[in-house]
Write a protein that binds this ligand. Structure first.
Ligand code: ZN
Ligand code: ZN
Length: 152
């Protein structure tokens, strides 16, 4: 056993808190013991982590509901722009697509008919089948509130 692991858990927590935030995040994923012992980062800490060069390089953003840093591809484009961009005034309000689709405590986010653009692609919570799918456009190219399957 490496000497570090012979220390008591309180010291693991203390030592880890001195690591740069990106190292804390990665260290927590190194083994099940550490994952249990080291507390997860708070939303505030995740928002700080988000502005590091490390997070910019990895293109990850904080989600207020699952409290994780997730790749840009897991967010609607509107969640990454303007006031919800990195260090934006409302960055703390940002949530990922998964959390938008599966509310945990009743606050509906992406409800029936919601239009969500992810990486330039149009998705919809279909008004007909109720699932989150690539959305259909009408004959004028406008976004509809139905999925591609239901409108074909
Ligand atoms: Zn989330
Ligand atoms: Zn549908």
């Amino acid at each position: 056993m490496p000497p570090f692991f012979r220390l008591p858990p309180e010291l693991h927590v203390l030592i880890t808190s001195f690591l740069p935030i990106e190292d804390q995040l990665q260290f927590r994923l190194t083994c099940a013991y550490i994952y249990d012992v080291i507390p997860p980062l708070s939303h505030e800490e995740l928002l700080l982590a988000e502005s590091t060069n490390w997070a910019r390089r990895k293109d990850v953003y904080a989600c207020r509901y699952c409290l994780r840093l997730r790749p840009a591809s897991q967010f609607a484009e509107s969640m990454l722009r303007r006031r919800r961009s990195r260090e934006g005034r409302d960055s703390s309000k940002r949530f990922c697509v998964d959390c938008g689709l599966k509310p945990r405590n009743g606050t509906a986010r992406y409800g029936p008919g919601a239009h969500v653009i992810v990486h330039g692609r149009f998705y919809v919570v279909c008004l007909y089948c109720g699932t989150f799918q690539p959305g259909a456009t009408d004959f004028l190219g406008r976004h509809t509130s139905y999925c591609v399957k239901c409108s074909s």
